[in-house]
Design a protein around this ligand. Structure first.
Ligand code: G16
Length: 544
């Protein structure tokens, strides 16, 4: 095998964000840009030399080219085997499943998740550790440090690798195994869920579902599992053909970007159950008839009902939620006597808790939920969890949620996103809040009284690592909260996220409209952070 050593210079902007390095495709296409980052992964992850690497991506524009480059660099680095999904594809949860099942020494996932794709849109890359989870901060910081010192990278020369034929080929000493991207993941789902009962539900003639794959990676997964295995009617999966630019859409399963499925679950002809997943298949949104399930409520309902699901029938050991996620799951944990953890935003923070068996279920307001079956959030898993639950309880989605609220109270929840604002202004806004945190506790804000105000710091209970500045929390004496954070996944300007939560124990008030209930808190949040004067925006870009 012929190999080249290529001289290069560091790029200053290769620090991974909330979930890997995400930039515009054009940035990744600059000479040496991708190669520098990949070499930095290889140089810092010693076990990869002589080891096994899993590789796959969400199929967005540049996935194929990047896969070819990474495989050649893996060969030049002395990796013994690369396991790659056919076509260079693996959903993020499937990649985590493959890393764990084949005990690889890590994996590289090519994805910018829910961000748009195409030549002028986003691309991303991240390294997952041998537990199948996103690299923790210690690892991403080491990779970042290596990118700042890099002076050369190594790459094998030769013909293109055939990514489309399943089977094994070689490049020098290294073997490349191209696998079916769906099979291992589908088998895992079959172990966790009661496929027979879900099959009966689909065949009852009383249940209609739509799953919106948003022209992204989950199309083939959803078709294989829902339609071919579980007997859902053909056409249950819509937008199921993956496209490099997601059909020009924004593959983020929320009420705005997945509007097609919102329409299909509304009105007289509404389907019984609808769901959507994102670009790389780790996010989910679930809807009943005319009914949106907030991701925070979804986690709480999962925790309360886990004993009804085959894979969790022996009980769960604990739950975790990211800090901005509503406290609905905390109430379930308290009543079931389970451990409950509040972690910073980012799935990587759940890894230690899962590995240490302190938690079984975890979730985030950002349309993510998952369990100890892998170390990534898992969109289709969440959908199957709900299908299994619907099959067991034989009740509609809204009844399950409303019963839950009656038992535990309702955590009204909404998130306001101000996208594409000026970065300096956004940082100044956060600093302004930080500067006033100590003035707030004990004082009234509107009709609310501030209980605590801080910039969230997390100490990992397993390894003791400390993560600071993870978002501003303002907690009120009645359990309501306002949280402010800057997004760590965007590629342009800054996105301010404002998370709002209000607790309502009285069932007589549970059917109120969320936005109406939240208005007093919204007004406080806007004025406290001086959002309009600092960002020039009177209204958010997206409300979920
Ligand atoms: C990523 C992480 C999630 C996190 C989300 C937050 O999601 O994997 O754990 O909740 O980012 O995004 P932001 O920083 O923009 O609020 P994904 O689906 O983009 O990988």
């Amino acid at each position: 095998m012929e190999m080249s050593t290529v001289n290069t210079q560091p790029f200053s902007d290769q620090r991974p964000g909330t979930s890997g390095l995400r930039k515009k495709v054009k940035v990744f296409q600059q000479p040496h840009y991708l190669e520098n980052f990949v070499q930095s992964i290889f140089d810092t992850q010693q076990d990869l030399k002589g080891g096994i690497l899993a590789l796959g991506g969400d199929g967005r524009y540049y996935n194929r080219e990047a896969s070819q480059i990474i495989i050649r660099m893996a060969a030049a680095h002395g990796i013994s085997k690369v396991i790659v999904g056919q076509g260079g594809l693996l959903s993020t949860p499937a990649a985590s499943c493959v890393i764990r099942k084949y005990k690889t020494d890590g994996g590289i996932i090519l994805s910018a998740s829910h961000n748009p794709g195409g030549p002028d849109e986003d691309f991303g890359i991240k390294f997952n550790t041998p537990n199948g989870g996103p690299a923790p901060e210690g690892v991403t910081e080491a990779i970042y440090a290596a990118t700042k010192a890099i002076s050369e990278y190594r790459i094998a020369n030769g013909e293109e690798i055939d990514l489309d034929s399943i089977g094994t080929q070689t490049l020098g000493e290294m073997s490349i195994e191209v696998i079916d991207p769906v099979t291992d993941y589908a088998e895992l789902m079959q172990e966790i869920f009661d496929f027979k009962r879900i099959h009966q539900l689909f065949n009852s003639g009383m249940f209609v579902m739509r799953f919106d794959a948003m022209h992204a990676i989950t199309g083939p997964y959803a078709k294989r599992i829902l339609e071919e295995t579980l007997g859902a009617a053909p056409g249950t999966v819509i937008n199921g053909k993956p496209k490099e630019d997601f059909g020009g859409g924004h593959p983020d399963p929320n009420l705005v970007h997945a509007n097609e499925i919102v329409v299909l679950s509304s009105g007289l002809d509404a389907v019984d159950f609808a769901a959507a997943s994102d670009g790389d298949g780790d996010r989910n949104m679930v809807l009943g008839r005319d009914f949106f399930v907030t991701p925070s409520d979804s986690l709480a309902v999962m925790a309360a009902n886990a004993h009804l699901i085959k894979g969790y029938s022996d009980g769960i050991c604990g739950v975790a939620r990211s800090m901005p996620t509503s406290q609905a799951a905390d109430r379930v944990a308290e009543s079931l006597g389970l451990e409950c953890y509040e972690t910073p935003t980012g799935w990587k923070f759940f890894g230690n808790l899962l590995d240490a068996k302190r938690i079984t279920l975890c979730g985030e307001e950002s349309f993510g939920s998952g369990s100890d079956h892998i170390r990534e959030k898992d969109g289709l898993w969440a959908v199957l969890f709900w299908l299994n639950l619907l099959a067991v309880r034989q009740e509609p989605v809204d009844k399950i949620i409303k019963d839950h609220w009656r038992q535990f109270g309702r955590n009204f929840y909404t998130r306001y996103d101000y996208e594409g604002i000026d970065k300096t202004a956004a940082e100044a806004l956060m600093q302004h809040l930080r500067d006033h945190l100590t003035d707030l506790p004990g004082n009234p804000l509107g009709d609310y009284s501030v209980d605590y105000a801080d910039d969230f710091t997390y100490t990992d209970p397993v390894d003791g690592s400390v993560s600071k500045n993870q978002g501003i929390r303002i907690g009120f004496s009645d359990g309501s909260r306002i949280v402010y954070r800057l997004s760590g996944t965007g590629t342009e300007g800054a996105t301010l996220r404002v998370y709002l939560e209000a607790y309502e124990p009285d069932p007589a008030n549970h059917d109120k409209e969320t936005q109406a209930v939240m208005q007093p808190l919204v007004a406080i949040a806007k004025s406290l952070a001086e959002i309009e004067s600092r960002t020039g925006r009177s209204e958010p870009t997206v409300i979920t």
